[in-house]
Design a protein around this ligand. Sequence first.
Ligand SMILES: [Zn+2]
Length: 97
Amino acid sequence: MIATVCPYCGRTNDRHMDASNRGAMPKRGDFSFCWNCRRFAAYEDGLDGLVCRALTADETELSTTDPYFLTVTEAAKIVMSPTRAVRLIGEAIAEQN
Ligand SMILES: [Zn+2]
């Protein structure tokens, strides 16, 4: 389990669920979605392991246009629990492939 702090709201997030590969751990370059403030962040290497940083301008633009980001955003609006959202996202990804 990796604990990271959301760069926007400061919440410590220590649950990671990957909708397309259950059980996968986050790695540098992956994106995180904070269930508290509903914003995306990016994983990068910190001094003691992975940390989350705010998105760059390009990544912010991507998060408003890329189908995967939009699927995550829509799922977070529809359901109240992260587990159900991940299930919904996984189903959406399966339909797209
Ligand atoms: Zn947050």
